[in-house]
Design a protein around this ligand. Structure first.
Ligand SMILES: C=C(O[C@@H]1C=C(C(=O)O)C=C[C@H]1O)C(=O)O
Length: 176
């Protein structure tokens, strides 16, 4: 078994709608590997990333808890670098909307390049050296669609990435 193989506990949120996730969507919701790689394999072309926001924001209490922050640090203001994007396959409408949150201490060393990605998918960087990453994941159904929130452990640095699978992706590609 490769050393970096990691089986992440899949958590389904209690607030999830009564209907389970569609079987066709599960591989996309649950992969331990790069979603970028899966999307590019599906579309047959490089992922197009459009940015709607990139900059510093204070972490919310919920985000601090999702990142595993505990104790007094929960009550202290904590800045993070936030990136909000839309991901396009071979379609004029976006397939995924995503938000990535990097606590400042996760941006040290070579991780600093995560602030200069521009249109490069984060997945190219996160999964450059390993096909899977240790992670913990929450899956829920929201008003925008099925969503997964993943806390990745990227060589000791924690990153929180949330992706929502938009109707265009689900209806057109998976027939659901
Ligand atoms: C985290 C990954 O990167 C994807 C690319 C993103 C970006 O460029 O902002 C955001 C979310 C991901 O769907 C991945 O490939 O799994």
């Amino acid at each position: 078994m490769p050393s970096n193989r990691y089986s992440s506990p899949l958590l389904f949120s209690a607030s999830q709608s009564t209907a389970p996730a569609p079987a066709a969507l599960l591989p996309w919701l649950s992969t331990d590997g790069s979603l970028t790689a899966m999307l590019e394999a599906k579309s047959g072309q490089p992922l197009l990333v459009t940015r709607s926001f990139e900059g510093y924001r204070p972490l919310t209490l919920a985000q601090k808890k999702q990142l595993g922050i505990q104790g007094q640090a929960l009550n202290r203001p904590l800045l993070a670098w936030v990136r909000e994007v839309q991901l396009y396959g071979d379609d004029e409408l976006p397939w995924i909307t995503a938000q990535s949150i990097f606590p400042l201490k996760s941006l040290q060393g070579r991780a600093r390049r995560l602030q200069q990605l521009k249109g490069t998918p984060i997945g190219y960087v996160l999964f450059k050296r390993s096909r899977t990453l240790p992670n913990q994941r929450l899956i829920q159904h929201t008003t925008e669609g099925w969503q997964r929130q993943t806390r990745y452990d990227w060589y000791g640095r924690r990153v929180l990435i949330s992706e929502t699978f938009l109707p265009q992706f689900c209806q057109k590609l998976l027939g659901i």
